[in-house]
Design a protein around this ligand. Structure first.
Ligand code: 6GU
Length: 286
């Protein structure tokens, strides 16, 4: 586990560097999950920075996660886009995983959109479905492995933030309307995202447990960022692309693979991109 704590001062140093290197002053943050990085190519007047060049930024180590921060305009908003995110399974502490979100906050971001790849637990879901996240089960967080553990910095938010209102209902309503216009039909879902630590995909018994607990999809990301965004008052919207179905039958020949996750991501990339861009176009200020 990486030990260095990234606090307010490190965020300020990253923000100073970004303001020195870009004229853009983003109000919307976007975090792109496995296989969704092409959305950043749609950003206009883009200033593109490798994570390696930004003070204190961690590095992406996962295939399918590019590792660049893109500032520019998308869907009528000035955005800061993470092309590749950090995961706890890479060995980063939860504090490190969420550092870019706190940088976004100090840059002036008021709304955060996140995408991820997830396995379907709900038996009605199909590969290629898009799930609006309405709530989560944060397994590492329930065991005090979340990003808010440790001394609280009041400049970001309160010691005991609520999370019962994490996923903005107004943005979800707009996304439903946008998906209807795009004729997504039954492919649009709304459900509960379970975050587990990874990197192994779940066993059959674990998938059964997560389904029984009320999970509709399972993945290895997103919720640490959501906790920190809500802590500092950022409005949140998240979607999961169902890239594969969780294996719920013992002795099934089915297996979850990263290759399948990326392949479905690529096949459904256009849908995800259009949903996000149209959502941005229709999105009012908070
Ligand atoms: Cl089946 N499990 C987890 N934890 N993450 C995933 C997945 C499954 N499919 C895509 N991402």
């Amino acid at each position: 586990m990486e030990g260095k704590t990234l606090g307010y001062e490190q965020c300020e140093q990253a923000v100073t560097w970004l303001r020195d290197h870009s004229q853009h002053r983003p109000s919307v943050g976007i975090v792109l999950g496995s296989g969704h990085s092409a959305l950043a190519d749609q950003v206009i007047k883009a200033d593109i920075f490798s994570y390696a060049d930004i003070p204190h930024f961690p590095r992406s180590t996962v295939p399918g996660h590019v590792g660049r921060l893109v500032l520019g305009e998308l869907g009528g908003h000035t955005c800061v886009v993470m092309q590749g995110r950090f995961h706890m399974y890479e060995g980063y502490s939860a504090n490190t995983v969420v550092f870019p979100v706190r940088v976004m906050k100090l840059l002036g971001v008021h709304t955060l959109l996140l995408t991820n790849a997830a396995g379907g637990l709900n038996p009605e879901y199909n590969v290629g479905d898009i799930m609006l996240v309405k709530d989560h089960i944060f397994l590492p967080g329930l065991a005090a492995h979340g990003p808010l553990v440790g001394p609280n910095d009041e400049r970001f938010g309160p010691r005991f933030p609520s999370t019962s209102d994490a996923y903005d209902p107004e943005l979800r309503a707009i996304a439903r309307a946008v998906a209807k216009e795009l004729k997504f039909g039954q492919r649009l879902r709304e459900g509960v995202y379970v975050m587990e630590g990874g990197p192994a995909f779940e066993s059959v018994a674990e998938c059964r447990m997560l389904k029984l607990m009320g999970g509709d999809a399972v993945g290895m990301s997103t919720v640490p960022e959501v906790h920190v965004a809500r802590h500092c008052g950022i409005r949140v919207f998240a979607i999961s692309l169902i890239t594969n179905l969780a294996v719920l039958e013992f002795d099934s020949p089915q297996r979850a693979t990263h290759a399948e996750v990326l392949e479905t991501g690529q096949r459904s990339a256009a849908n995800i991109q259009q949903l996000i861009i149209n959502l941005l176009t229709c999105m009012p200020p908070p």
